[in-house]
Design a protein around this ligand. Structure first.
Ligand code: NAD
Length: 376
């Protein structure tokens, strides 16, 4: 039997194909053991007449492999087909969207030299439930859905993540001074679950001032948990203030499936020019390699990537005269990372995902013990 892990890959739209090619070249060169099934999703499928933007055969592949590495997809604004990202997250039950945002001072220019936070975004509910009505000619309504099971699941996930990754604090952002029932429920569940993790500090902020604080003083935060819309917006803000939205990867985790991607979109204006930064998708792929147990390859890729940043080999979005050494395109950046496989960064923190594997066992125990407790 092959020791390779089957995964499903979609090259996406806009800059997607370019950053996916660079990412796959790097992880293959690092020795990732993968059997790749490629599917087509997004704009092209829709334009061929498939209203869902995804063929039934693509769902078959996803059900088979259960692991999805996806480049960004274009979703039309204000009309047209539904977001395939939202459809995929909901169909596969990917309830937790985990988005680490880290600054790489002094190698990547940022106003926030100390920043290492993780946004855990609820991924299936809220205003993204897709229930919108036209009430009268001039009035439209969008329903915000917040459920007790959904909130419990994501908040527990955030605390479990903090325990497993040696994080110290979980912060919750809500707007329950206005949305007293929906955000009020999320807040109450957060307070109840926080009591089960006395070793983890916990706090709640109203989202508007919390967002301002995060944009100004990101070092005050560690793990943040929030509803879908707040998490979508604030993870772009967090990634951008590390130096570029092109630097952050994300995992979308469910009970049976997982999807890995960059946090940014398909950046159509940058497509086809070999200029996009593949780092976000590459870090998504690193999260995937950890998820499928290829921790050594994940560490090798992550360290070579850190070394590339340290060496000042930068794509246009993070290039800064005087700080960077060489402005490169997507392909050249990929080649620079491959040339450094086996090397570690000298100043930035070396990653070793073996350690995280051990901590994952703590997570399982924590989950088990949680099951035996009831909060309501
Ligand atoms: P975007 O994130 O695609 O890009 C905004 C800007 O950020 C770009 O113009 C570019 O200047 C910069 N940027 C983004 N990624 C970069 C990278 N890798 N390297 C260098 N610069 C980068 O946001 P948008 O323009 O609002 O959205 C474009 C499309 O992407 C929309 O159709 C949107 O729906 C879709 N989208 C998809 C996903 C996804 O597939 N998960 C996520 C967000 C947006």
């Amino acid at each position: 039997m092959s020791e390779n892990t089957p995964i499903t890959v979609a090259y996406g739209d806009g800059i997607g194909p370019e950053i996916m090619e660079a990412t796959l070249n790097i992880i293959n060169a690092a020795g990732a053991k993968l059997d790749i099934e490629t599917i087509e999703v997004g704009e092209q499928v829709y334009l061929r007449g498939n209203a869902a933007g995804i063929e039934p055969s693509a769902w078959d592949s996803l059900r088979r492999t259960k692991v999805f590495l996806k480049a960004p997809i274009t979703t039309p604004q204000g009309g047209g087909y539904k977001s395939l990202n939202v459809t995929t997250r909901k169909t596969l039950g990917l309830y937790a969207n985990v988005r680490p945002c880290v600054s790489y001072h002094p190698y990547v220019s940022t106003k926030h030299p100390i920043m290492d936070l993780v946004i855990v975004r609820e991924n299936e509910e809220d205003l993204y439930a897709g229930i919108e009505y036209r009430q009268t000619e001039d009035v439209y309504q969008c329903l915000k859905i917040i459920t007790r099971p959904g909130s419990e699941k994501i908040i527990r996930y955030a605390f479990d993540y903090a325990v497993a990754n040696n994080r110290k604090k979980v912060t919750c952002f809500v707007k329950d001074n206005i949305m007293k029932l929906t955000d009020g429920l999320f807040h109450k569940i957060f307070l109840a679950i926080a009591k089960e993790y006395p070793e983890i500090e916990s706090e709640v902020w109203i989202v508007d001032i919390g967002a301002a604080k995060m944009a100004n003083t990101p070092e005050a935060f560690d793990v943040l948990v929030m509803e879908n819309l707040y998490g979508d917006i604030l993870s772009d803000v967090a990634a951008q203030i590390t130096g570029s939205v092109g630097l952050a990867g994300s995992s979308n985790i469910g009970e049976n499936f997982a999807m890995f991607e960059a946090i940014h979109g398909s950046a159509p204006r940058r497509a086809g020019q070999n200029i996009a930064n593949p780092s976000g998708l590459l870090l998504g792929a690193v999260m995937m390699l950890n998820h499928i147990g290829q921790n050594e390859v994940a560490s090798k890729v992550h360290n070579a990537w850190l070394k590339t940043l340290e060496d000042g080999i930068h794509t246009y979005d993070i290039f800064k005269e005087g700080l960077s050494k060489e402005k490169v395109g997507t392909k050249e950046f990929g080649k620079a990372v491959i040339a450094r496989l086996g090397e570690n960064p000298s100043k930035l923190k070396v990653v070793n995902y073996k350690k995280l594997e051990k901590k994952a066992s703590i997570k399982k125990e924590t989950k088990k013990s949680i099951k035996q407790r009831k909060i309501w």
